[in-house]
Design a protein around this ligand. Sequence first.
Ligand SMILES: Cc1cc2nc3c(=O)[nH]c(=O)nc-3n(C[C@H](O)[C@H](O)[C@H](O)COP(=O)(O)O)c2cc1C
Ligand code: SF4
Length: 435
Amino acid sequence: MAAVERKLITARMDQPGYSNRLESYLAAGGYAGLKKALAMKPEEIRAEVMNSGLRGRGGAGFDCGLKWSLVDRKSGKPVYLICNADESEPGTFKDKQIIYKDPHALIEGMVCAAYANGVKTAYIYIRGEFAEGCKILLAAIEEARAKNFVGTNILGSGYSLDIFVHRGAGAYICGEETGLIESLEGKRAYPRFKPPYFPAVFGLWMCPTIVNNVETLCNIPLIVAMGGAEFAKIGTPNNTGTRIMCVSGHVNKPGYYEVELGRITMGELITGLCGGVAGGRKARAIIPGGSSAKVMRCDERFKGRKRDGTEYDWGWQDVPVDFDSVAMIGSMAGSGGVIVLDETADLPKALANIAEFYAHESCGQCTPCREGSLWMAKALRRMTNGRATKGDTDYLKSIADNIPGRTICPFGEACSWPVQSFIEKFRDDFAKLEK
Ligand SMILES: Cc1cc2nc3c(=O)[nH]c(=O)nc-3n(C[C@H](O)[C@H](O)[C@H](O)COP(=O)(O)O)c2cc1C
Ligand code: SF4
């Protein structure tokens, strides 16, 4: 069967004649979820989201209902909602598309989520470079306010919500939720220690805070409209709903594709939806979840036992596109950014490029990350410029092995995993550079 998309979130935005204005959204049935939500009790919505099994689309795949259930509602402090629209992971460009093409989908999702959690003030933290996206969001919020979908006494429900848009200055670490919160508070985006600074308890202004990704929030009106149990039938158990996959690199049709989680394989995504590897060549390596995810080797077999006890023996084409399957083969579905590298790709150069990015983006608080990311980038620069010396591959690997688990935030892992996995899987490509 030919691979097909399952468009729920992207259903409207790519229709001919659809605009990012309110009239288009309303004509397509927009804000119906909000109307239904406002007629429900907040705890009923939270229960539906819990039943839906929705997992966060920002990177970690954390259960959304569970996250909401951890919010400290007894503290007497206000609860804040922050939409993470930083979208900083290289290879990821889905949130940007939603914001540019269908901003009301996000606004409706935010109002539903805010109402469900007793939030009176919500923020959209948008990447600084998305200046156009910021303008679009501001215009959409004004349109929504004019129709009373946002603001005071929303649709006569007695519930009021303000949404503010905050532009970051364009740093990867502003996407990490506690760094984002620091930045929103007007400070340098230094991630906070967890514990104790779990946003659900000590978040924005030390108040309970929910941080959710753009795509995660766009799912909330769908869950309200169809009910959590119905939503959970989409996708596969523990991997419910759809996901917008961003595919880039050596494929014929790079772009974003919304697919039902676990119901399509990596092969169907790349060979089917993306029209195959460019130039009819073979894929050699795939980064399945944004640049920090561990690379897969395309001639490898992935074997093991699934949660239900059955065995699997997959080539890269067979790996189901979902959170659990990608984790089972030793990587992560992360931000949903799939980067394909074909047999002509210079893998050390590709890794050097990734390492330069991380070295540039380390916030510098932790020595292993600050120094280690820079050493890795320098070593790779040297190696790819014909100046590798004996032992450089091991040196590089030893730096990468000594960062994870020794840092304040998961950036330490994010900068090490590419180096560790490229060397583990493609050692010869690096070793042959040594003189
Ligand atoms: C270094 C780093 C960068 C991150 N960048 C983003 C980002 O750009 N967008 C995002 O939604 N989540 C990002 N995250 C994940 C957030 O910290 C947070 O888990 C997420 O926004 C929660 O939303 P979700 O539960 O809806 O996925 C990043 C995490 C790390 C460690
Ligand atoms: S791990 Fe890196 S990015 Fe994260 S807090 Fe430490 S220095 Fe900053």
